[in-house]
Design a binder for this molecule. Structure first.
Ligand SMILES: [Zn+2]
Length: 161
């Protein structure tokens, strides 16, 4: 099954679809979505990656339009979201946590760091990448979270192996 057919199947899943958006890499696509939104193809095309849960199945979409570092970054980011889902007893439990400001910041910071570590290992500029992601996280909250809090949360997860 190709990626688009898979995405179409997922989008047809309807009401219980949820998303953890990846605002990935230097592409910095800052799309905000609610957890129960249905993505149009146009919106999907502007995302580098997205992870969602449909009928208890956690799935990720990764854009095919990425360079090798971007792809590795987004794959690591979305893999982290799948891991986050797996820590909770149900998709809904994770979604409820993700809907809170703290849950969203913690989840996205951890996922961004996962992608950052992979990208830097592949030769990406750590200062530039980190700067982009801190800005992405800040944008995710519309400036409603203090930059210091975002930096602190980032540092909590920044232990690249
Ligand atoms: Zn994410």
């Amino acid at each position: 099954m190709n990626r688009w057919l898979l995405a179409l199947t997922v989008l047809a899943g309807g009401a219980n679809t949820c998303f953890a958006p990846a605002l990935a890499a230097q592409h910095a696509k800052t799309v905000q979505m609610s957890m129960d939104s249905i993505l149009t193809f146009g919106q999907l095309a502007r995302l580098d990656g997205v992870t969602f849960c449909v009928d208890g199945k956690v799935l990720s979409y990764i854009s095919a339009d990425l360079d090798s570092i971007g792809r590795a970054d987004v794959e690591a980011h979305e893999a982290k979201h799948r891991e986050q889902y797996a820590r909770w007893k149900s998709c809904k439990a994770f979604q409820d946590y993700y809907k809170t400001p703290v849950g969203r910041l913690e989840s996205e910071a951890e996922a961004y760091v996962a992608g950052y570590c992979v990208a830097v290992k592949m030769g990406a500029d750590p200062v530039q990448f980190k700067g982009n992601y801190i800005r992405n996280l800040y944008a995710l909250f519309g400036g409603g979270v203090m930059p210091g809090v975002i930096l602190e949360t980032w540092k909590k997860y920044e232990h690249c192996k």
